[in-house]
Design a protein around this ligand. Structure first.
Ligand SMILES: Cc1ncc(COP(=O)(O)O)c(C=O)c1O
Length: 514
C-alpha cells in the first residue's frame, strides 16, 4: 500500500536551522511520533483505508532512513490507540478510521433469523396506567424480600468464601433441595442428576443443543411458550409446530400429529408443558400422558417436560408429571423458581441421566462455567428453612382468588360465543375467539382502552395465525381484574358493532351497483 510519508526531522537538524518545513507531523517531536502522526494523517485522508497493510518495519525504516526500532515504536503507539492492529506473522493493518461512522459488521444468518423472529412479536411498551393481563410474571408486591434477605445472609454466613468460587454442576446444596422437592412430585432423582441453570430458559437451550444440531428441528406444541421459540431459533433450530387444543375430547397436543412429526428424521426432540400449559392454561390427563410417552418411546425421541408451574396447583387433583410416569429415560424435566418464587435469582434446573447428563454438564460448563453460587445457596436456604413452602401456600391462595375473580368477570361480561377453560393452577386463561373476531384487533383496541392482553399469534411460529388470546390474572388484584374484563368486553362489543356496520355499508354499496 503506497501512501505519502516523509523522513522525520531530527531535532539536531532543527536546531541547526536546516528544517525543511515539510508535512511530516510535529517537527521537533521524537522521530517515532512524527512517523505515527503521518500515518494517522494518511488514514484520516483515506489514503490508507481500513484493512490496508502497512509496509514491513524493515522496509519503512529503510525508506525513511531511521532505525527499525523507531518504526516499531511508531506502529506500537498506533496500535495502542486503536489505529492499527498487528497480526502475528502477517503484519500490521489499518483498523479503520477512528473518526468515521461506526461500522455495522454483518451478522450471522442465525442471529438474523432470531432478530426477524423478535421483530415479528408484539412489542410490550406498557403505559403506566394500563391493566396488565399480558405478561406471565409474578406479582412483585408479593415477593418475600425480607425473608430472602435473611436467607442470603444465612447462606453467606454458613458458606463463607467458598461460596464465592466456581461450582461445577451447580451449588451442591441447591441440587439436593431440588432433587428432594421434585421427589415430592414423584420425580425420583439423585442430586447428581440435577444440572442447575439460569432458569428453565437456559435449561431448554442446553437440552436443545444436546440433541439437535443447527438446521435440525424440535417439535413444539402450537401454541407454545413464546420465548421457547426464540430460544430454539437462537441456537439455530427450527421449531416444528404440533397442533394443541385447550378444549375438546382430549385437551393437549394432538397425539396423532405428534407421532407424524416425531417420525421425521430432522425432528430431534419434543418440548411440552403438560401441567398448566402456557398459554392454554390446561393440564393434560394421565391417559394422554401415557400415550404421549409411548409415542416418544416408539420414536426414540427425548421429551423436554417444562415443569416450571408444577408447584402452582390451587385446586383439583394433581396429575403425575411425565417424568414421574416415564420409565424409558427419555423425559428431561425442566424446573424453575421463576413462577413460584421470583425470576430474578435465575434459579432453574434440568434433570437427566447417562450420556445426556454428561452432555448437559459439558454444555453448561462451555456456556458460562456455572451459575451464581451465592444466589443458589440463598434459594437453598430459603427452601430448607420452610419459607418456600409458606410462600407457596400464600401465593397459591392469591392465585386462586385472582383466577376466580377473572372467571366470574368473564362469565358476567363476555359474549357467550367466546370460550375459555377454567385452570386448576398457574397464571393464565386462554380465550378462544369466534371467527368474526381477530385477536390482533382485540389486542390493539384493548390497549387503547388501557388493557394489555397477549394475542395468540405470539405463541405461534412466525406467520401462523391464532384464534385466541391469553389473559394473566397473576399481577392484578380482583378489583383491577374486574375493571380490566369490563373494559375488554366493551372493546369486543365495539369491534362487533363496527364490523356489523361495515358489512351493512358493503351491502348497500353492492346494491347501488346493481
Ligand atoms: C412455560 C415457561 N417456561 C419457562 C419460563 C421461563 O422461566 P425461567 O425464568 O426459569 O427461565 C417461562 C416464563 O414465562 C414459562 O412461561
Amino acid at each position: 500500500m503506497d501512501f505519502a510519508i516523509e523522513p522525520p526531522e531530527r531535532a539536531d537538524r532543527e536546531r541547526g536551522g536546516a528544517g525543511r518545513g515539510g508535512t511530516n507531523g510535529r517537527r521537533g517531536a521524537p522521530l517515532y511520533q512524527q512517523i505515527a502522526e503521518q500515518i494517522r494523517d494518511a488514514v484520516r485522508r483515506r489514503e490508507l483505508v481500513s484493512g490496508a497493510r502497512l509496509p514491513a518495519i524493515r522496509d519503512l525504516a529503510a525508506r525513511l532512513q531511521v532505525h527499525r526500532d523507531t518504526v516499531g515504536l511508531a506502529y506500537e503507539s498506533l496500535a495502542s490507540e486503536g489505529w492499527v492492529e498487528t497480526r502475528v506473522g502477517r503484519g500490521t493493518f489499518v483498523s479503520g478510521p477512528v473518526s468515521s461512522a461506526p461500522i455495522d459488521p454483518p451478522l450471522s444468518p442465525l442471529v438474523s433469523r432470531l432478530l426477524d423472529h423478535s421483530e415479528s412479536r408484539t412489542p410490550h411498551a406498557v403505559p403506566s396506567d394500563t391493566i396488565a393481563f399480558h405478561a406471565l410474571v409474578p406479582d412483585p408486591d408479593l415477593f418475600p424480600v425480607d425473608a430472602f434477605r435473611r436467607s442470603l445472609n444465612d447462606a453467606l454466613a454458613t458458606g463463607g468464601a467458598d461460596l464465592l468460587g466456581y461450582a461445577d454442576g451447580g451449588e451442591a446444596g441447591l441440587r439436593e433441595v431440588i432433587a428432594a422437592h421434585l421427589a415430592q412430585h414423584g420425580i425420583a432423582a439423585e442430586p447428581d442428576a440435577v444440572v442447575t441453570c439460569q432458569g428453565a430458559s437456559q435449561g431448554l437451550s442446553l437440552v436443545a443443543r444436546a440433541f439437535a444440531a443447527p438446521g435440525d428441528a424440535i417439535a413444539v406444541e402450537e401454541p407454545t411458550y413464546q420465548a421457547a421459540l426464540g430460544i430454539l431459533i437462537g441456537v439455530g433450530l427450527r421449531p416444528e409446530p404440533v397442533p394443541t387444543h385447550a378444549a375438546g375430547d382430549e385437551p393437549g397436543v394432538d397425539l396423532e400429529a405428534l407421532e407424524r412429526v416425531l417420525a421425521q428424521p430432522s425432528v430431534k426432540a419434543f418440548y411440552t408443558m403438560p401441567t398448566f400449559h402456557n398459554p392454554l392454561g390446561i393440564t393434560t390427563g394421565r391417559e394422554h400422558r401415557r400415550r404421549l410417552l409411548a409415542i416418544a418411546a416408539a420414536a426414540g425421541k427425548p421429551i423436554v417436560e417444562d415443569a416450571c408451574a408444577i408447584d402452582l396447583r390451587f385446586r383439583g387433583r394433581s396429575v403425575p408429571p411425565l417424568a414421574a410416569l416415564d420409565d424409558s429415560g427419555l423425559v428431561l424435566p425442566l424446573f424453575s423458581f421463576s413462577k413460584s418464587l421470583f425470576p430474578g435469582v435465575r434459579c432453574g434446573a434440568v434433570l437427566a441421566r447417562g450420556r445426556s447428563l454428561e452432555a448437559l454438564r459439558a454444555l453448561k460448563r462451555a456456556t458460562d462455567l456455572g451459575d451464581a453460587r451465592t444466589l443458589q445457596a440463598a434459594v437453598a436456604s430459603f427452601v430448607r428453612s420452610g419459607h418456600y413452602r409458606r410462600h407457596l401456600q400464600q401465593w397459591r391462595r392469591t392465585l386462586a382468588v385472582r383466577c376466580d375473580a377473572m372467571l366470574e368477570a368473564l362469565q358476567e361480561h363476555l359474549p357467550r360465543d367466546l370460550r375459555w377453560v377454567a385452570p386448576e393452577g398457574g397464571y393464565q386463561i386462554w380465550v378462544e375467539l369466534p371467527r368474526d373476531l381477530d385477536a390482533r384487533e382485540v389486542h390493539a383496541a384493548a390497549l387503547r382502552a388501557g388493557v394489555l392482553i397477549a394475542p395468540g399469534d405470539q405463541f405461534h411460529v412466525a406467520g401462523r395465525r391464532a384464534r385466541g388470546f391469553r389473559l394473566v390474572y397473576a399481577q392484578s388484584d380482583p378489583e383491577e381484574i374486574r375493571e380490566g374484563i369490563v373494559r375488554l368486553a366493551g372493546v369486543i362489543d365495539q369491534l362487533r358493532t363496527a364490523s356489523v356496520a361495515a358489512k351493512g355499508r358493503a351491502v348497500n354499496v353492492g346494491g347501488t351497483h346493481g
